[in-house]
Design a protein around this ligand. Sequence first.
Ligand code: ADP
Ligand code: MG
Length: 723
Amino acid sequence: TARLAAIAAVTGHQSSAPSLDSSAVPMQDLFCANVFSKKVMQERLPEAVFQSLMKTIESGQKLDHSLADAAATAMKEWALAKGATHYAHVFYPLTGATAEKHDSFLSPDGKGGAIAEFSGSQLIQGEPDGSSFPTGGIRQTFEARGYTIWDVTSPAYILENRNGKTLCIPTAFVSWTGEALDKKTPVLRSMQALNQQTQRILKLFGHHDGAFVASTAGPEQEYFLIDRHFYYARPDLINAGRTLFGAKPPKGQEFDDHYFGAIPERVLAFMMETERELFKLGVPVKTRHNEVAPGQYEIAPMFESANLATDHQQLLVTTLKRMAEKHGMTCLMHEKPFAGVNGSGKHVNWSLGSRSQGNLMDPGDTPHDNAQFLVFCAAVIRAVYKHQGLLRAVVASASNDHRLGANEAPPAIMSVFLGDQLTDVFEQIKAGGANSSIKRGTLTVGVDVLPPLPKDAGDRNRTSPFAFTGNRFEFRAVGSNQSIAGPLVAMNTIVAESIDYCATKLEAATQGKPESLHGAIQTLLAEIMNECSCIIFNGDGYSDAWHDEAERLGLLNLKSTPDALPSLEAPEVTEMFQKYGVLSPRELASRLETYLEQYCMSIKVEANLTFDIAKTMILPAVNRYQNELATTCVNMQSLGCELDSDALDEISSLRQSLQQNLATLYSAMNDAFEGSSTEHAQHYGRVVLPAMNAVRESVDALEGIVADDLWPLPKYQEMLFIK
Ligand code: ADP
Ligand code: MG
């Protein structure tokens, strides 16, 4: 079987990836080696051009298009000197993947030679034949034109492989009508909105410098590594990214011996080369460790501004996959590649800050700073409370459904973890002057200094989907395979809205009497807490008690993607995105349509695979074994032994139920189903998915009785433990 061949290949594995001489070029010299960084720009651009670009990059000012030619020339010369032959506009379509179109710098010079050309207009705008990207109805194929537009705030970089180099230019992808067809455009817009509203609060606190307040993001990426021979022996992994069959191995993660354990040699070699590659590309990777499940690992970069972090996150994912291949392995990004084993998430750490004010989610040292921190913190709490449905919707996907709500990832209920001390502070404010705290007297905003809050970001509550970790919030419900753009757009926009609400109240209360600020804050915070504090939960998010309590509190519990996605079309969500100029109603509707379609397609592909694999790989193996058993029975009988057909009966009855389950799946897949996109998604979730699971149950039971040498698919214990 392909499985036995894979095992033989893996056990005889010799690394083909050459060893790196890591002392030849020290790591610090690699950082940004392949990036058209500020340093390179300063060296290569005329001073006026450089200063103008910096204004766009650092303060979000509009790009002056007359600079494009100078910038293009400098970029081209830098890239050619490094050996690049092509340039590519890189963009981020709604598939969540990275797309790129490569063009050569070289054009024929008409005399039998070629010259390198790259103009300002080629830098600023490209026109990929973009008719094949999902647009959720925004763009018909007959008006297929899509444009990629240079994003100056995300630096260009050079991607290399052993045969050449390409200059990559991060871009936004829009339709000819100017509508966003991608994930980047809304991130940039939401950052603008957040900056604009935040400035109003900063002004109230006397900070008038206007330094751009950016949202910051630090995503922790979990992933699995398996030997590629196993991968190629499993059509389900190749086509769906997860195993659709596989009995639970005798040994799983119950020993807790993998988390933070010594990293296996082969994996460490892979990690080190990956980190060097990412360093060259300017991705500030920092942390590596084993994760909870066998074969599972994590990599985390230092945080950066949301837009840059999003692009770097995409680059990190493609680099992990590329390097794994080079080291004879496959990197699995799916949220649940192995049933019954921990899944993978992407914890998105999120905050906001500016050059002059630093991190605004950092509690301050003075009562005045603390008051400012409390306003921002309360704005986030209010935002999560008001937009639970949206936050759930932006992490919804067919694959993340396998993770959310299981006892390993946050539940599908959104809540905020604050920790005991900060909760106590807000409780006191809510009590509004009443002497409510047993530990201390009542807290008065702007007078008391906060009790020292724990600043270490230790994982004090792994069960919370949205946790305050000392100086930032951590959104833990994001799936390992998702772009972080959607979650960041949601966080930026809902917090912008909340900050707008706070600023409007505070401005009104302090007009002409700035000295009343602290009193106004006290009133505002008490109001917010009275309305929204039920979203704060510091307990065990996995417990049944919380599910009951959340229901009593009226919190949403949207268990599956078809339940969650329609939150995108709630009137308050549509209005909010429009008001802050992040997504027009049409752009938003196109996203709902696209994501519902993706959900249906994922399950459809899995259902087809389940059917095919069961029919063409599992049943033949079962037949062979059944035949073997039958022959044994006949032989035994002919020798006059007593007939013992238990094993034969067992396999025959399992085989029968497998066939019944396959018939049910077949009819579920071929139902002539009429209805809206949401109803289609519900049909896939409620009818097709359970039918697939039933087939799986039969197959997994068969795996436990069919002779090992006949079983065609690599087993869990092999994929997870043999490296
Ligand atoms: P843990 O596993 O304890 O959550 P990690 O060190 O794995 O911590 O990851 C923490 C992540 O949070 C890092 O990517 C870090 O850069 C990021 N982070 C720290 N401060 C901020 C901030 N102000 N804004 C956004 N992300 C931050
Ligand atoms: Mg971590």
